[in-house]
Design a protein around this ligand. Sequence first.
Ligand code: ACM
Length: 545
Amino acid sequence: MDLIPAPSHVRTRADAAPFVLHAGARIAAGPGTEGVARRLRAELSAATGFDLDPAPAGQAGDLELALDGALAPEEYRLDADADAVRLTGGSAAGLSHAAQTLRQLLGPAAYRTAPLPGAGWTVPAVEIRDAPRFGWRGALLDVSRHFMPKAGVLRFLDQLAAHKLNVFHFHLTDDQGWRMEVKRYPELTRAGAWRAYSMVGYRAGGRHDDQPHGGYYTQDDLREIVAYAAARHITVLPEIDLPGHNQAAIAAYPELGNTDVVDTAALGTWTDWGVSENILNPSEATLRFYEHVLEEVLEIFPSTFVHLGGDECPKEQWKQSPAAQARIAELGLKDEFELQSHVIRHFDGWLAARGRRLIGWDEILEGGLAPGAAVSSWRGYDGGIAAAQAGHDVVMCPEQHVYLDHRQAGGEEEPVPVGWVRSLEDVYRFEPVPPQLDGDAAAHVIGTQANIWTEFMDDAREVDYKAFPRLAAFAEVAWSDLPRDPADRDWAGFEARMAGHYARLDALGVEYRHPEGPLPWQRKPGIVGRPLDGAPGPSGPHTAP
Ligand code: ACM
């Protein structure tokens, strides 16, 4: 059956005949299952060409959908025999996972959007009991460094749903581009959503193209993305990064920068990769500006958590700025780190007053963590360990393990090889909860995330190549109850199941990296990367020049 992620319990039934989905099959959707039924019908009708009409009221269906409050919300059961496939979820989310498992059981052609001649649709007689290990199973897509058009975002959400991932971390703003329409501040996209040209490969290569790059999502686009994700039981986590990673916003509104240190009116949206020195000034006016931006963010994104970045904020301009120094004195702060902490704390309280919660990168620990904040631990496990031990919620996404921009193999032919070699097997052996954490502290690790930074991925094809197949291994780490000791994981078993899973990815049209390596057109000869050798260090900025 080659199910990925592996379910908790599977019993194949020798005593029963398989189920065959046929042209006259009907769907019986119990109370509360209508949304999942609609999507299952849409996906399977497209693939099979069958109508899959609703069963008449009170009559059994060939596909039976029900909720059972005795199950945990994301838990599900799937029971198939010759009579029917019965899908039961603890909530619509659990039922949606059952529907994805059914799609896997039907075979790779179930991932196509039109029927192939002669396709057959057999589901083995089976009992499946399944529930996720983590409630937060995320993937970050950076749409700032390279814009992903809306259709590509919707396609990415389909890929996440197929792997039972349920958080889409949408990295909407950065030095190189601001991607969200903000009605009150139209310059953010008019000036900030594009750059004149881009660096090609690593800084050391000294190469730029001469092609403007840009794009942004209108608020209606974002509402559509949020609703499309919600129909797949995926939460969209918006990220508005501050106070660093803001050159695009400062280029649009120069008064946001440290105007007593640099001529911010002369800045454009950044055309280099790396970490820009141009950070926000810490004035009250800037706080108000971002409150206004966040008011629009909250209107569009219903997610409880809002990500406010906080990473890689160079303090040089604040050190030189008389205004920033006066602010430090006025607030009675010790240094620039406490000033950053002041900014984050301000928004922690601001979000809490609106019933939301702040999450930020682990740098928000520096200068003191805001009371309600949760932490995305990216520079390794250490930040996450400290935060969890202090009673904060943590999402583990250490760059040493689950930064999918890092190269997948050591060969010269990997496109723009950066970072450490992180193979499919390495990702399969990633453990989100380090052994230092146990009991309550371990329970504060609410989930895990793989992050896709796109400096060296120009479009969806290149994102496919870096994300897959590793995101499939990551999905199993996040969902399945794997041995906690990475050495005990059944890599050979996973690799064998991947043979079946590649066929699904092919049907979905995902241009993954083949186990043999990049195809000729997936290489980028001559574009300089920055491979790191040896064992991954404890931390280090992945895009530093
Ligand atoms: C990050 O990679 N700067 C969060």
